[in-house]
Design a protein around this ligand. Structure first.
Ligand code: AVJ
Ligand code: FE
Length: 444
């Protein structure tokens, strides 16, 4: 049993943890770097900071708390739908000092609202869901700010210990037998609208890689001429590869006959056993075709991540229902890179699939749609307005994702050309006729 007091303490802790990260990411650079646009794809960091505060004000101070606005005059500036990222530096934004003061003022009021909220159920005004949504919103923007840091030029300002070492996995691939599983959730209290409701999905037997594709494997595709052979690319992917002159993952640098990478301001050799990161959907799909495979679909990924054959239940995480600890997954910006394959044996799924959660977001060959019975909550602009758009799903979270936004039902999406996010992939394939006739697969 979780009492309201325990829930209140948990919410307060999560709000604190998110804010500590936002402060660390914005205090790491000077004011010039806060207001500068490091890439047309990203907002100035100071926009993210004030936007975090503005969303918190809208949902928690005004809606849940029923209080007077703190700054109603800036709502428009920090509405992501009013101003595309590329235009944000030209807006009359709050200065770094003003933005810091604003988020502090909002937070003080929010802690007072928290003390007076019942936190029961999903009714918006009760606050139980709204606080969780706002914690996740801040953490999601903290991952976006981390991506902005990766795009920033100049000396390194972020530091973290290296990830734990990898180890060999028993098999390269895992077979997931045919059958139904429960996708999505109707019970996770902080699940967002697009994760709901739980529903049964039949998934044919398929084979999935036991780990994400590594830098070494991906480099074989690069060095083998994969970027020069349209056979591996979809027509749309090839058109983008030509237009953007793609030759390797973003942040890889040619150094004579070897590759280096730039990572948070450091140029370094590319660790062969780490999952490849900073590839777009088209690059991932081309690699998969070159390897004689394909990308998983979203139901395949979620079944590999959640289905427990012993009980027939879907878990919250590959390892079980308990929240991620440092032994389970590379999450929460504890390390500033993916971890080598095999680094998290305790995080494997019952079927033996590793590193589904953490390390890198995984591109999937599925567009963004609502589940059957979807209801927009609490606002259409979180998910619904993106349904059917030019997006592909990403699952599992990255080293930059906080555990609070990394449950195995969590759905992320982006344009198939995006490379600045911490995205990699793993491959899947259909079951071969030989594997079927060997009886390795039961076809339901
Ligand atoms: C779910 C990561 C695609 O960053 O655009 C942040 C999350 N929504 N503020 C995004 C989000 C509103 C969203 N993604
Ligand atoms: Fe936002």
């Amino acid at each position: 049993m979780t009492t309201t007091e325990q829930l209140r303490t948990r919410v307060a802790d999560e709000l604190d943890r998110a804010r500590a990260r936002s402060v660390a990411l914005t205090d790491a650079v000077d004011d010039g770097d806060l207001v500068r646009q490091h890439s047309k794809l990203m907002s100035p960091l100071v926009w993210d900071l004030a936007h975090i505060g503005n969303q918190e004000e809208l949902w928690l101070v005004r809606d849940v708390g029923g209080r007077e606005p703190v700054r109603h005059d800036i709502d428009d500036l920090y509405d992501a739908f009013q101003h595309p990222r590329a235009d944000r530096p030209a807006l009359p934004l709050l200065s770094p000092t003003e933005a810091r003061g604003y988020v502090r003022e909002v937070r003080d009021k929010v802690l007072d609202v928290l003390d007076r909220s019942p936190l029961e159920g999903r009714r918006l005004e009760a606050g139980g869901f709204a606080f969780g949504m706002i914690v996740q919103h801040e953490q999601q923007h903290d991952e976006t700010m981390l991506a902005t840091h990766q795009l920033r030029r100049g000396a390194p300002v972020l530091h973290a210990p290296p990830p734990p070492p990898g180890r060999a996995l028993p098999t390269a691939e895992v077979l997931i037998p045919a059958g139904p599983f429960t996708m999505g959730t109707s019970i996770d209290p902080w699940a967002l609208d697009n994760e709901r409701p739980a529903h049964d999905v039949h998934v044919d037997a398929f084979v999935i890689d036991a780990a994400p594709v590594t830098n070494a494997a991906y480099q074989a595709f690069v060095d083998g001429g994969g970027y020069d052979d349209p056979r591996w690319w979809s027509p749309e992917g090839w058109a983008y590869r030509v237009k953007a002159d793609l030759t390797a993952p973003r942040f890889w640098l040619r150094d004579g006959d070897r590759w280096l990478r730039r990572r948070f301001g450091v140029v370094e050799p590319i660790p062969p056993d780490e999952p490849v990161v900073h590839v777009c959907f088209h690059e991932a799909a081309a690699y998969a075709a070159w390897a004689g495979k394909r990308l998983p679909t979203e139901p395949e990924w979620e079944k590999a991540a959640r289905f427990d054959p012993a009980t027939g239940r879907s878990r919250r995480f590959p390892w079980g229902d308990e929240d991620p600890g440092p032994e389970h997954a590379n999450l929460g910006q504890r390390h500033l890179s993916p971890a080598p394959v095999g680094a998290y044996p305790a995080g494997a799924s019952p079927a033996g699939v590793h590193q589904l959660v953490g390390d890198v977001w995984e591109w999937l060959d599925t567009g963004f749609h609502g589940y059957p019975g979807f209801e927009a909550f609490p606002y259409r602009e979180y998910s619904e307005v993106f349904f059917g758009g030019d997006y592909r799903m990403l699952r599992g979270g990255s080293f930059g994702t906080d555990p609070v936004a990394a449950r195995a039902t969590f759905r992320n999406w982006d344009h198939p050309i995006r490379r600045q996010i911490f995205a990699g992939f793993r491959c899947a394939r259909d079951v071969s006729i030989a594997e079927r006739s060997q009886g390795a697969v039961t076809v339901a």
